[in-house]
Design a protein around this ligand. Structure first.
Ligand code: FAD
Length: 269
């Protein structure tokens, strides 16, 4: 299906980009275009202006700060993360990016676009919550930071509102992380996913695809029964669809959460 007619801007600085975003009610950022162009073709969204972020060098780059924080520009592509020596400081990130769709999507799709679309089946939202990530958001009023647990506010909705741009994703140093998912189809769409990060003896476990936003649970131990108990205690109310019933998703949530923690423990030892 053809794209509807749409205005187009290609700013060269973040200041210029947030100015264009703030001056049109219907303006939306365009990152890799892997989601938004399909959404526009299906007429599920109709922005007036697409603000192309390709020329914003400020949103590129993957850096490792002296304190071990990994800082990704919002326009870092999955392929750039996979190839980055700096990103290996938190190896789970490249491993999960390598599981996303196919090489074409990975070459165009960006970390910022993945989390700003907040499709509940996307791989990165639960992972970034588990890793204790902080998002930096720019607007014409300046810059603010938001912890990942507050960034995802609903299906396809995030704390980056109209006129705002996600610029940076900051991931602190960690002690061992894991990810597990049950997927379907050739693109590997998640039915249920889980990410875990070890924080002392109590892991941070985050379940995806079971709610509009990633669900963070804090088991009181890292053994399988403690993880399953914590996920059960979250009283998840996942959707039922053609791929899995709500009951089956609840069951899978316990299974993949326990696997993610087990993988994180293996990595730490
Ligand atoms: C065939 C196919 C299979 C896929 N399978 C998977 C999968 O298995 N797992 C998975 O996680 N993803 C999957 N995806 C989605 C893919 O990862 C997309 O790349 C991603 O969801 C969006 O990234 P993008 O850079 O293309 O963003 P875009 O499509 O350009 O933008 C997405 C949304 O985010 C907004 N946005 C983008 N950047 C910013 C920013 N810096 N600040 C504020 N808002 C911004 C846009 O306005 C838009 O609303 C698949 C896509 C395709 C086409």
């Amino acid at each position: 299906m053809l794209l509807p007619e749409v205005g187009y801007a290609r700013p060269s600085t973040v200041d210029e980009a947030v100015h264009v975003l703030a001056s049109h009610d219907g303006a939306r950022p365009l990152a890799g275009g892997q989601t938004i162009l399909n959404v526009m073709k299906s007429r599920a969204a109709a922005p007036d202006v697409l603000v192309d972020l390709q020329d914003l060098d400020e949103l590129r780059g993957i850096e490792l700060a002296a304190d071990g924080t990994l800082v990704l520009g919002a326009m870092a592509t999955y392929s750039e993360v996979i190839a980055s020596a700096e990103a290996r400081a938190r190896p789970i990130l490249g491993e999960v990016c390598a599981q996303i769709a196919d090489v074409q999507v990975r070459n165009r799709g960006t970390v910022g676009g993945n989390i700003c679309s907040n499709d509940p089946t996307n791989h990165l939202p639960p992972l970034l919550v588990a890793l204790g990530t902080t998002m930096t958001i720019a607007s014409s009023a300046g810059e603010r930071t938001v912890p990942a647990e507050e960034f995802f506010v609903g299906v396809y909705a995030t704390a980056a509102g109209p006129g705002e741009l996600l610029t940076k994703i900051s991931i602190p140093a960690g002690k061992g992380d894991g990810f597990a998912a049950v997927t379907i189809g050739k693109d590997g769409t998640c039915i249920v996913s889980a990410a875990a990060s070890l924080d002392g003896d109590a892991p941070r476990v985050v379940v995806g695809c079971v709610h509009g936003v990633p669900v963070l649970v804090r088991p009181d131990g890292a053994d399988e029964e403690a993880v399953r108990r914590a996920v059960r205690g979250a009283n998840l109310e996942p959707p039922s669809d053609v791929h899995a019933s709500a009951d089956y998703r609840r069951h899978l949530a316990e299974v993949v959460a326990a696997r993610a923690v087990q993988r994180a423990r293996t990595r730490r030892s």
